[in-house]
Ligand binder design. Structure first.
Ligand code: PLP
Length: 288
């Protein structure tokens, strides 16, 4: 039985209850994080807590816990859920107001803090020689223009992901004004002429913790990388395409819009970076 955290209590997940007047439920008025845990150790915790703080500040919601209190919460949640490899989901909403009103409640009410863990699948990067790779399609980026906030209001992402699934793909790479932005639940990289390209951080993409790590690893290992806009045309002509996210780490895309990417198999530079990623993970968490 999974144990969740809700507003100070640890309890079986299916016993956790919030009010239907919670602004997270009524408006999607909240932010969230997903933090991978390897061998019981949270991965890139500082970076996730910093992004949480940024998202909360962007929606003018006080951080309900100090970083130390967050760390203690995660430690207890991991222990209560048996440790090992997990994903921690946490969300903070603007709480339960007495009436439904778009404006922030005044005076402010306590935020709702909810966290739970789920098992994570073994990522492709763990087995670079046998990984099959993902199928993706391109879709119009129909989202708002504050995609840098990790908001729980994910309706556009949900619809885009579902459109990808319905077409037999597992991810949609989104295109706005002729430029590829990110995946519906991931950032992306391409390889062009042996150089790795990924869009720069802006209001139009989530500043992915995995994206930043892959950029750092490229620099550390002298793999040429540029943070620069990527046109839809460059995406479609790329030698390799990779997706990054905390739960899937680094995944090669082998088919885009029904066409093979490169030779239709995970590319050589992806294999190199997957090995660097897994080495880094092992050094940090002793992960297997
Ligand atoms: N972009 C979007 C829209 C996402 O939903 C996610 C993760 O869920 C990412 C990028 C990747 O972010 P991270 O690497 O921090 O998990």
């Amino acid at each position: 039985m999974s144990i969740a955290y809700l507003n100070g209590d640890y309890l079986p997940q299916d016993e956790a209850r919030i009010s239907p007047m919670d602004r997270g439920f009524l408006f999607g008025d909240g932010v969230y994080e997903v933090i991978p845990v390897y061998q019981g150790v949270p991965f890139r915790l500082e970076e996730h807590l910093q992004r949480l703080a940024n998202s909360l500040a962007a929606i003018e919601l006080d951080n309900p816990l100090s970083d130390d209190a967050w760390c203690e919460l995660f430690e207890r949640l991991i222990e209560k859920n048996g440790g090992g490899n997990l994903g921690i989901y946490l969300q903070v909403t603007r709480g339960t107001a007495p009436k439904r009103d778009h404006a922030f409640p005044s005076p402010a009410v306590p935020g709702t803090v909810f966290a739970f863990t789920s098992p994570v699948a073994t990522p492709a990067a763990d087995s670079p020689d046998t990984a099959e790779g993902a199928v993706a399609i391109t879709l119009d980026d129909i989202r708002w223009s504050r995609c840098d906030i990790k908001s729980t209001a994910l309706l556009a992402n949900v619809m885009l992901k579902q459109q990808a699934i319905a077409s037999g793909a597992s991810e949609a790479i989104l295109v706005r004004d002729g430029f590829a932005t990110e995946g519906s639940a991931s950032n992306f990289f391409i390889v062009e002429g042996g150089v790795v390209l990924t869009p720069p951080k802006s209001h139009l993409i989530l500043p992915g913790v995995t994206r930043d790590l892959v950029v750092d690893l490229c620099h550390q290992h002298n793999v040429p990388i540029k943070e620069t806009e990527v046109t839809e045309g460059q995406l479609k002509a790329a030698e390799e395409i990779w997706l990054s996210s905390s739960t899937r780490e680094l995944v090669p895309v082998v088919t885009l819009n029904g066409h093979a990417v490169g030779d239709g198999h995970p590319g050589p530079l992806w294999k190199t970076m997957a090995r660097h990623y897994v080495d880094f993970k092992r050094r940090l968490c002793g992960a297997s």
